[in-house]
Every structure is written in C-alpha cells, then in structure tokens.
Write a protein that binds this ligand. Structure first.
Ligand code: C2E
Ligand code: MG
Ligand code: MG
Ligand code: MG
Length: 283
C-alpha cells in the first residue's frame, strides 16, 4: 500500500487537481446563470439573547438551488464565485435581499431585530462596498443599525490600511460589524484592537464539544472575557444542545445561534421565529 502511494503520488495529485479545476469550471458556468434564473435564495437563521432567549435577529445564509445539481452548499460555491470575481455581484444581491426583508418585516410590524449578512474577503477589499451598502439601505429605507455585517478574521489580513478605511466608512453609516468564525483564522490581537468590531462570533468548532471538553471550555470563556474587556458583544454559533446553550449563558455569552434554537429557513417560514418558536426550546 505504502509503495503504491509513493509511486502514484504525482499521478493522484494531478488527478485531484484536475477534478478540483473541473468542478470550478462546471460550477462556475452554472453559477453565471444562477442569479439570472433566480436560483439563489437567502435563508434566515434566528439569533437569540442568551439570557432569556429573546429573538435579537437573523443571519442571512445563501443557498443555491441549482436545477441540475440540486442544492449546492455555500461552502462549495462561494470559493468558486470568489475565484471567478462574481462575489461583488452576488454580494450585492445578498445585501439587497436582506434590506428588502428588513423593510418587509418592518412593514408587517416587527421591531427590534437585526439581519446579519456575510461578506467574503474580496467583498471587504472591494472599493465600492461602503457605497453599495449605503445605496441598498437607502433604497429600502431601513435603519443602518439593523444591518450587521459578518466577516472572518482572515478577510481582514490583507491591505490593512484600506480595510481600516472601509470599516470606518461602514461604521459611519451606522451598521454593526461582527467577526465571524472567531478563533479559527489568523487573528492578531493587535488587529482586533485597530478595527471597530462590535461583536465576536465564537466559531462552532469550539462550541461542539461543550461543556465536556475542558480545553474548549477554557477557550470559550477566554473569548467571552476578551470580547467583553474590549467592549464587544460575544455570540456563539453552532449551538446544538440545551446543555451548550445553558453553559454559554452561564459564562456570560451574549447571543446564541444554532440548530437547538432555530434552523436556517426560507423567508416564509422564518417569520414564525418572531412569534416565539423558542418557547418549544425552553421547556
Ligand atoms: P458562517 O457564516 O459561519 O455560517 C454558519 C454556518 O453554520 C452556516 O452554514 C449554518 O447553516 C451552519 N449552522 C448553523 N447552526 C448550526 C448548528 O447548530 N450546527 C452546525 N453544525 N452548523 C450550523 P452554511 O449556511 O452552509 O454556510 C457556510 C458558510 O458559507 C458561512 O459560514 C459563510 O461563511 C458562507 N456564507 C453563507 N452565506 C453567505 C453569503 O451570503 N455571502 C458570503 N460571502 N458568504 C456566505
Ligand atoms: Mg456568518
Ligand atoms: Mg461562522
Ligand atoms: Mg463559517
């Protein structure tokens, strides 16, 4: 077996590479039509205050219902869209969907919620991001404070000077800024200090084995303390059990998000979260 691996290594490597390239070309070709054919959908996952499980808002999560391929995960198609330079366009569509939904829910009498939108590394680097966001908020006439923009630490690593300007621009509009998947990227505490971040989202990999795993307990507790010391809110994602929810609330985590509290759902179904699906979780 070892001998075979050694002999075929280069061959297998190039086969794998070719497959990855084929997938990019294949997905990319279909992705170009996806926007036009309305195959992209924004799902909404509820976010709750940890203390009392009051709804605080939603995270918009992109879904691609491809006619030929079925539902394609964003983890699979966003890197392709990014490589093909399509994320500014797709991202713009996501912002518009989120703002339109805020307007619609406001018009239906819902109050006191935010919608979080994920942005990719290239979107953060895009020179017109601030104008795009401002335009979309104005178009749908929604308060900027209701929009929460999530970005990963890794997306903030390049062109730090430009990113500082971009984030300052977003803050001056009044939107909220969150650091997604916190703890998994190449985070530097010096950067954390420089950027106007409102919220840290603890990555789900640290939540999964709570409260049994002592290391994860220590990491999560430390992130919560760090965030609070820096004047930030701290949220946990990937909360799948009541034990995790209770443990995180006990540590002072501000917000919770995960399958235990609510799945990402299409708009029509997500509205039910306003009327307290959380109650079923509390019993
Ligand atoms: P993310 O922003 O960290 O989103 C959290 C992911 O965890 C989502 O996966 C969500 O469906 C999933 N999740 C939520 N609760 C639980 C739970 O309790 N357990 C587990 N195991 N998973 C949970 P999803 O929807 O597949 O999205 C994957 C990633 O794709 C997102 O990670 C985000 O980085 C990216 N993404 C999604 N939508 C967009 C978008 O509109 N724009 C950009 N740029 N990226 C997006
Ligand atoms: Mg996110
Ligand atoms: Mg995340
Ligand atoms: Mg993620």
């Amino acid at each position: 077996q070892a001998k075979r691996d050694g002999r075929d290594r280069i061959g297998e490597f190039s086969v794998a590479q070719k497959r990855a390239l084929d997938e990019r070309v294949m997905l990319g070709g279909r992705l170009r039509d996806a926007l036009r054919h309305d195959e992209l959908v924004l799902y909404f996952q509820p976010q709750y205050r940890a203390l009392d499980h009051e709804l605080t808002g939603f995270e918009g999560l992109l879904r691609w219902n491809c006619g030929e391929l079925g539902q394609v995960s964003p983890a699979r198609f966003i890197p392709v869209a990014e490589a093909l330079g399509m994320m500014p366009e797709i991202g713009c569509w996501v912002f518009a969907q989120a703002a339109r939904q805020m307007r619609e829910w406001l018009d239906r009498g819902h109050r006191g919620f935010t919608i979080a939108v994920n942005v990719s590394a290239q979107q953060v680097q895009h020179p017109h991001l601030v104008e795009q966001v401002a335009e979309v908020l104005q178009r749908y006439n929604v308060p900027a404070a209701m929009l929460d923009i999530e970005m990963t630490e890794s997306a903030l690593m390049e062109n730090v000077a430009r990113i500082r300007t971009t984030l300052a621009g977003l803050k001056s509009l009044g939107v909220q800024l969150s650091l997604d998947d916190f703890g998994t990227g190449y985070s530097s505490l010096a950067y954390l200090k420089q950027f106007p971040i409102d919220k840290l989202k603890i990555d789900q990999s640290f939540v999964r084995d709570l409260p049994a795993d002592e290391d994860d307990c220590a990491i999560v507790q430390t992130i919560i303390e760090l965030g609070h010391q820096l004047g930030m809110l701290v949220s946990a994602e990937g909360v799948e059990t009541q034990a995790q929810a209770a443990f995180l609330a006990g540590l002072g985590c501000d917000e919770l998000q995960g399958y235990a509290l609510g799945m990402p759902l299409p708009v029509m179904d997500a509205e039910r979260y306003f009327v307290g699906v959380r109650d079923s979780f509390l019993v």
